[in-house]
Design a protein around this ligand. Structure first.
Ligand code: 6LW
Length: 534
């Protein structure tokens, strides 16, 4: 990786830790399964997805959880020979008060197995664990106050965690109310030179987002704020192509040098198709004991920590479905895809059993997807499917959440016969829009494709392996699949925390179709038009 972001595409709320020479980052996964991706690096520049912490349905129940609810802002730390992962399972969304039960799970190996989670509290979001050098452990999380007339995000709570009793013990107090930026959350507690430091996300996770620092000699406070707060923000730099910078974490590198990871996004026309991504900055502990970053605004260039380069295997654009199982980058919605997706019924093909869940279902859509990592990308697949009834669909999906998606699929229409169709849902309309429908010869094998230039999606199809590509309908607005559209511009705003995905989908309300099979799937990025992003 030669430039920021270090984790492109939907990877918000990074938490970083170090075990010897190995660095690990955990990010939020919301309604996507498995929960909490964990990335590994030895040089802080090259990162590889190596595991997920929550892979067992007995450890995490996301069924029927709302869009952009679920796992928010996990905290990964390493101490006493163990990885400690603290996570919340947020319910609700913008229209509802949300609850955040917080849990702890541990593992000797970051690749698992992870222990059955221990329940901690439900007092607020963004819980994190601090291991003091005297062996005591402390939980911090946001204090929610839902009483009218008070701030909902009222500051940072602190309470001790007893490893022996597997529960929180002793007094619980609000130790830091935040700065004038407001909405303090995501606090991480660290210790350096005898000071306790809180690294806090403030200003809300939008264009006023920021990272602040405060410190105290006593863990209970009072915490004094950094003289140059916020230490990182893009809020005063609207021309910066990197915006919404804030929520993050720090890890020591060598001497006074500190690596800082934070979320930010790369909007196009104030729409973040790729969601909130993870960026890296350099920082140092100055002689006055305050943390300062190399730059106060997000930078595209990566800092140099002087670590030997440690490249990781490149992500191949094409998946031929020749392996024993789906690779780590594939995710599903709210639960494991399980036996719906298999590579053995037809070796070398992904067979994707349809379910009665349409693409806007919270129940069990048969959907496997990958986060979109480039503003401009192309994706293609070869599908073998011969539906004989109206409500048997399979194809390629560009998906943000239940109310924002485009589905290019093979179908059988009662009036038109075999067709390629493009449906979408993009906002409050209760029914899907039919954007294009093209009758085709009754051949089972078709290729389906989509090209995105960062603003528009152009869908296409071709008969079999070597037919010529044909456009399907008019170019469509890609930016409805963005955080900001979902959050603000949809007439029914909801949380838009995740970023867009591209993947494969199969629907069969009749439960009679011969399941579709996909020979391969590919997605690769291009240099974008106009904005220079790749
Ligand atoms: C997260 C909160 C936030 O819990 O967004 O950036 C929420 N800030 O800290 C969801 O990512």
């Amino acid at each position: 990786m030669t430039a920021n972001p270090i984790l492109p595409g939907f990877n918000p709320d990074p938490s970083i830790c170090r075990a010897g020479d190995d660095f690990y980052i955990a990010t939020s996964s919301f309604q996507w399964w498995p929960g909490v991706p964990i990335y590994h690096s030895r040089d802080l520049r090259h990162w590889e997805l190596v595991s997920y912490a929550l892979t067992d349905p007995a450890h995490l129940d996301l069924r029927r959880i709302g869009d952009s609810a679920g796992i928010w802002a996990p905290c990964l730390s390493y101490a006493d020979g163990l990885f400690w992962l603290i996570f919340t399972v947020a319910s609700g969304g913008r229209q509802h008060t949300y609850e955040c039960p917080n849990y702890l799970t541990t593992a000797a190996d970051v690749r698992g197995p992870w222990s059955a989670p221990v329940y901690l509290n439900t007092t607020g979001n963004d819980p994190s664990l601090f291991h003091d050098d005297d062996g005591r452990k402390w939980l911090v999380n946001t204090e929610f106050v839902w009483a009218p007339g008070y701030r909902a995000h009222n500051g940072t709570l602190l309470q001790e965690y007893s490893v022996a009793e597997r529960r929180l013990v002793g007094p619980c107090r609000n130790i830091f109310g935040g700065t004038a930026l407001g909405t303090p959350e995501g606090s991480k507690l660290h210790k350096h030179g005898g000071w306790y430091y809180l690294i806090t996300a403030e200003g809300g996770t939008e264009y006023g987002h920021a990272m602040t620092v405060s410190r105290s000699r006593d863990i209970w406070g009072p915490y004094e704020v950094h003289p140059q707060n916020p230490i990182l923000t893009a809020k005063d730099d609207p021309a910066n192509p990197i915006q919404r910078a804030g929520h993050g974490d720090i890890v020591p590198v060598a001497g006074n040098r500190v690596a800082v990871v934070y979320l930010a996004s790369r909007p196009v026309e104030q729409r973040s198709l790729l969601g909130r991504e993870t960026f890296l900055a350099g920082g140092r502990w100055d002689d006055d004991g305050w943390l300062r970053l190399d730059a106060r605004t997000p930078q595209r260039e990566l800092p140099d920590f002087g670590l030997p380069a440690a490249p990781v295997p490149e992500l191949l654009p094409r998946d031929d479905f020749d392996g024993a199982g789906l690779g780590l980058r594939w995710t599903s919605l709210r639960q494991p895809i399980g036996e719906l997706a298999d590579l053995t019924t037809r070796p070398g093909w992904l067979t994707l059993q349809g379910t009665p869940s349409p693409p806007d279902s919270f129940i069990r859509p048969s959907l496997v997807a990958q986060r979109i990592r480039h503003h401009a990308f192309s994706s293609e697949t070869l599908l073998d499917f011969a539906p004989t009834e109206m409500q048997q669909w399979a194809g390629l999906i560009c998906y943000y959440d239940t109310r924002h998606w485009y589905l290019l699929h093979r179908q059988f229409d009662q009036r038109l016969g075999p067709c390629i169709a493009l449906y979408c849902r993009r906002g409050p309309a209760p029914r899907y829009e039919n954007l294009a429908q093209i009758p085709i010869a009754d051949v089972p094998g078709v290729r389906l494709g989509v090209d995105c230039d960062g603003r528009l999606l152009r869908f296409r199809w071709a008969a079999s392996e070597d037919g010529a590509w044909q456009p399907v309908g008019e170019p469509q607005d890609a930016l409805v699949l963005s955080d900001e559209f979902v959050e603000k511009h949809d007439p029914i705003p909801s949380f838009g925390f995740t970023g867009a995905h591209v993947g494969l989908y199969s629907y069969d309300i009749t439960e009679r179709a011969i399941p579709p099979a996909f020979d391969w799937f590919e997605v690769h990025g291009h240099a974008s038009v106009g904005d220079g992003w790749s």
